[in-house]
Design a protein around this ligand. Structure first.
Ligand code: MN
Length: 251
């Protein structure tokens, strides 16, 4: 992490020295992108600006055992998520729209302009944000307590925790192939929806748009090592590691 931080620092300083302006706290700078391209090209051989970086996992790879196994977590985080980030950075380098420093703001911008973006950007921007959130939507079983604003809102909307789980599981089971299941906030309502591939309900191309407050990865890579074809067992066990505090914080 030290290397990444010092590189980011260096990029920021280089951009400031080149006389560029800072707008609203985000240094959105052509100079920074140029510096970044040179630096990342030297450091990792990717040849593109490394704008997006992976946050540290908020717990150990084995922290969600036995519900989500250590090997799945490690491969999912280190290989799958990292690949979306690498491919997003490559795709943005080609289109020259990678000049924002704030990861979240840049992702939101991409989602809102998705109809004008390439398939590579759609898949990998979605893949990055969806996983970034997925790690935060989970927590060790001992800390997974269905309570607070999330529980109140879910009980009010769906009748009970069990009714919510039944509806969410049904939607997750009916997603053919790869995709995600979401609990979204739409104005004052909560709704359960599903998207294919790495799409999400923030994208302007989504059939149903809303603010995701909880999401479940139903790609086989999320469960196959432990659960094989038993997606329903994976979903049932995943509820035991949901971070309800995080869900409440998004309401
Ligand atoms: Mn995944």
């Amino acid at each position: 992490m030290e290397n990444k931080d010092s590189r980011r620092d260096f990029i920021r300083k280089a951009a400031l020295l080149s006389g560029a302006t800072i707008i609203g706290g985000n240094a959105v700078l052509k100079a920074a992108a140029d510096q970044q391209e040179q630096i990342s090209g030297q450091e990792n051989g990717m040849g593109g600006p490394l704008v997006f970086e992976q946050d540290p996992l908020p717990y150990a790879f084995d922290a969600l055992e036995p519900f989500i196994d250590k090997q799945t977590m490690q491969i999912h985080y280190e290989k799958h998520h990292q690949a979306y980030i690498n491919n997003l950075n490559k795709a943005l380098a080609k289109t020259k729209i990678s000049d924002k420093q704030d990861q979240n703001a840049a992702l939101m911008h991409l989602f809102q302009t998705m109809s004008g973006q390439s398939t590579a950007i759609r898949n990998n921007a979605g893949g990055h944000w969806n996983h970034k959130m997925f790690w935060e939507w989970m927590t060790p079983n001992a800390k997974s307590t269905y309570a607070g604003k999330a529980a109140d809102a879910i009980n009010a909307q769906f009748g009970s925790y069990d009714k919510f789980m039944t509806a969410f599981t049904d939607t997750a089971m009916s997603r053919f192939g790869s995709g995600w299941t979401w609990l979204v906030k739409r104005e004052t309502r909560l709704e359960i929806i599903s998207t294919p591939n790495q799409d999400n309900p923030l994208m302007n191309i989504a059939e149903v748009r809303g603010k995701p407050i909880l999401g479940l990865d139903v790609w086989e890579h999320a469960y196959y090592l432990k659960y094989q074809n038993l997606r329903k067992d994976y979903i049932t066990n995943w509820y035991k590691v949901v971070n309800w505090e995080k869900v409440s914080s998004l309401l």
